[in-house]
Design a protein around this ligand. Sequence first.
Ligand SMILES: NC(=O)c1ccc[n+]([C@@H]2O[C@H](COP(=O)([O-])OP(=O)(O)OC[C@H]3O[C@@H](n4cnc5c(N)ncnc54)[C@H](OP(=O)(O)O)[C@@H]3O)[C@@H](O)[C@H]2O)c1
Length: 325
Amino acid sequence: MATRRRFLSDSAWSAAALTLAPLVACSQEPPPAVPAPPPAEPKAAAAPATAGALIMRTIPSSGEQIPAIGVGTSGSYEVPMDSPEFAALKDVLKVFFAGGGRAIDTSPNYSNAEDVVGALLKEGGWRQQCFLATKLAADDRDALERQWADSMRRLQTDTVELLQVHNLRNIGQALPYARELKQAGKTKYIGLTHYVESGHADLARLMRAEKPDWVQINYSVAAPQAAKTIFPIAQELGIAVMVNRAFDDGKLFSVAGDRPLPDWAAEMQVTSWAQMFLRFVLSHPAVTVVIPATGKPERQADNLKGGAGPLLSQAQQDELVKMFA
Ligand SMILES: NC(=O)c1ccc[n+]([C@@H]2O[C@H](COP(=O)([O-])OP(=O)(O)OC[C@H]3O[C@@H](n4cnc5c(N)ncnc54)[C@H](OP(=O)(O)O)[C@@H]3O)[C@@H](O)[C@H]2O)c1
């Protein structure tokens, strides 16, 4: 039903997101020293106009392009259906998709988040443009099969774009099952996830042994270890990287407090700490997508801006790490 709230949010938040479009030309690397070649002929089925604002990255195993700002659903999407928080999430995803975003990461382990994501995608008609990622997290084959069937029902879909083994749980059974589902066309990509530094060594070993399409790992100004432990292997083997906990679960905002942004922030088109933390993550060339989670539309608009603008130099990245160490 077209409620007043929905009408207002349609216009206000879509406008907020659309203002992102002219911010900057999309780029993956710092500007080249030589003149760029002439632009290619436009294709018949062009990408949505608003996607031009966001930094785009390439998924190495397929060459597919994907906008570098995605959405996480832990906590922020674990809300009762028909609650004010659920209504706010409709506006969050309106901002996200209108601003050119595509990737949403969820898990059967995030209480009812898959139900919430499924309902929102259906209501907004966004499933086609969404790069949907979920996970396997169960301890035997029967449980894995039941969990996958439940995920499809809850997400209101038949396929996902990415199926990840959550925190490497039951990897011996979960990864072969994920491969079977890929073979059957149920998922385009398979991946492995972890979220703390103590998991990096196991993840690194499995990257070499199993060569998944994607890995998901924690990386932030306060936890930059993945740049040494995971990213070089991903670059060497051609594995896409999804970054979780870019805000250290939100703790980075308390640490930043009232601290002013570095004096070079405006030059980098950064106007908030959220944008700075995300731009830091995207400034590493191994990173494919970062998935900050929020239940608030204005924060979603802020997070998208983190993915539109110049990349930080190594000196600027080092300065941030020193500041938040
Ligand atoms: N093992 C795994 O596979 C694994 C582990 C951890 C995370 N993940 C994935 O990664 C995603 C991201 O990680 P995360 O949710 O743990 O932490 P995060 O993205 O680092 O931080 C989320 C917190 O930041 C706040 N926030 C978001 N945008 C903000 C903004 N612009 N300004 C101020 N505050 C803001 C959110 O609060 P509000 O909601 O109130 O805005 C929330 O409390 C998860 O949602 C999940 O999808 C996967």
